[in-house]
Design a protein around this ligand. Sequence first.
Ligand SMILES: C[S@@+](CC[C@H](N)C(=O)[O-])C[C@H]1O[C@@H](n2cnc3c(N)ncnc32)[C@H](O)[C@@H]1O
Length: 253
Amino acid sequence: MKKTIIKILKHFKKPLVWLAELESTLAAKWSSAAHRRLLQTSWAIPPTPEFFDHHIDLNHLWEKSRLPFWLERGIFSNLALKRGGKMLELSCGDGFNARNFSSIVCESVTACDFDKKAIATATRKNSAPNITYVLADIRNNMPAGKYDNVVWDTAIEHFTPNEIEQIMPEIKHRLTPGGILSGSTIIEQETGEKLDTHEYEFKDLDDLKRFFTPFFKEVTVFETIYPGRHSLYFWASDGKVPFQDGWEHIVRS
Ligand SMILES: C[S@@+](CC[C@H](N)C(=O)[O-])C[C@H]1O[C@@H](n2cnc3c(N)ncnc32)[C@H](O)[C@@H]1O
C-alpha cells in the first residue's frame, strides 16, 4: 500500500515541490514582515524593553544582517552545561536559550527574570516540560538550590559593578563543586553611548575577568568581533572549563 502511494506521488513530485517552495517562500516573507513590525512596535516606541524576543532574530534580523552573534551565547554556554544536570539561568529574558539550548541537554532548568513581561513571553513562547520560569530580582531574591551550571547571558551589563560584586558570592554559593558559571556581555562602544537599560559596559576582556577571579580558580574570557558588535563570553569554575586540558569533552595530541 505504502509502495503504491509513493509510486503515485513520484509522478507528482515536481508540482508538489514547486507548491511547497512557493508556500515556504511566501510564509518566510510574511513571517519576516510580521517580526519586523514586532521589532518596530516594541523597540521604536518608548519605553525600551528590558529583553529581546529572539524570534525576531530568527525570523527577520538574521536574514538581513547575516550576523550570528545572537546564537553564540546559546552555543558557548551549552558547551559548559553538564549533560543531565541542574541548571539555573539568571536574567533569562524571553527564554529562547533556555528552551532551544539548555533544556535539551539538562535534566532541569530554572530560569528567572525580574521583568514580568519577560517571564510572560518566556512562558508563552519558550516553554518546555523541564523548564520552570520564575519571577525574581537576582539582587535580593535569587532562586535557592544547588546547580551544576549557572548561566548569565547578556545581562551582567544591566547591573552596577557594586551589584555584580554582591551577586557573585550568591552564584558561587549555588554552584555544586566544579560547577560552571557561563555567560556573555558586550564591550563598551568607543563613543561611550549605551542603552538606557545598561548600568555598566565592560572596557575589555580583563575588565570583565576581574569580577570572576576572586571566586573561581579557572576563568576563561574570550571575545568575538563582527561589524557593529563586539561580544565577550566567560566560563568560570573551580573545576574544568571548556577547551581546558582535562575537560571531559576534549582530546589533544
Ligand atoms: C538583554 S536581556 C538578556 C536576556 C537573555 N539572557 C538573552 O540572552 O537574551 C537582559 C535581561 O536581564 C534582566 N534583568 C535586569 N535586571 C535584573 C534583575 N535585577 N534581576 C533579574 N533579571 C534582571 C532583564 O529583565 C532582561 O530580561
